[in-house]
Design a protein around this ligand. Sequence first.
Ligand SMILES: *[C@@H]1O[C@H](CO)[C@@H](O)[C@H](O)[C@H]1NC(C)=O
Length: 301
Amino acid sequence: MTTAAAVDNKPLPFLYHFVAGGIAGVSEILVMYPLDVVKTRFQLQVNLGNTGGEKYTSVMDCLRKIVKNEGVSRLYRGILPPIFVEAPKRAIKFSANEQYSTILKNFYGVNKMSQPLSIASGVCAGATEALAIVPFELVKIRLQDKESAGKYRGTLDALVKIIKNEGPMALYNGLESTIWRHAVWNGGYFGVIFNVRGLLPKPTSKQQTLLNNFIAGGIGGTVGTLLNTPFDVVKTRIQNDSGVVKKYNWALPAIKTVAMEEGPGALYKGFVPKVLRLGPGGGILLVVFDQVSTWMKKYLI
Ligand SMILES: *[C@@H]1O[C@H](CO)[C@@H](O)[C@H](O)[C@H]1NC(C)=O
């Protein structure tokens, strides 16, 4: 018989960590994906003069217009690339964070994580994660864009056409802004959950542990999103562009261009659907990960 404390103290081997992260990530995406489509639509909505076309005024308005004018299935168009990459991506997020924590603790000769160390390991983990996901993100953005809807029949068709028309390196458009986006989000997320966990009352039951994880994850996700949305906006713009001459290239100059042309508020396009997703989404991730890994420690290890 294994006691609760013994279960908590057992380390989780890498493979189990990987699988639990993947299961958590896919659960999150199945629930939250339509908000990702809404986010991309907002980020690609440029308000330079009166362009005529359809304008989305709120998350509900956007969901309603997509369903009414394009059909319900559009809310899930482009879900395959993130599903394919979700398991490795989430697993990298959590396992890389743990690996970097160990490396940094060894480097500084300490045996406990401090807040600066947890931020630094989060930043490194985020940059690592960005490398893996960029091509998947690019195909997803192309499928979510309304203007490109007639251009690609589906995931594979988009992938083939992008490689054929723009060259294989085009799949890595937006790499730099994606690294920024992830490093900044993880820095905020891991920095904050470390602190919030310390502030919350010490959990005495499983339910309380789950609740604490949910609160810390929700707050961490919101702070990460506050910090990284401008990088997300320019990443979406860069990856959407299939032209030969690019309007946006590097993240920081692109942020300046967007702010000057559309006003500083434009750097927060898609913020609301992003927060609606990432607050609860971060919570779902932590809770599912926790449940699955506790189950694994109890029955599989
Ligand atoms: C996104 O790409 C489509 C197709 O190339 C283009 O028509 C549209 O203007 C782009 N949107 C933005 C905001 O760059």
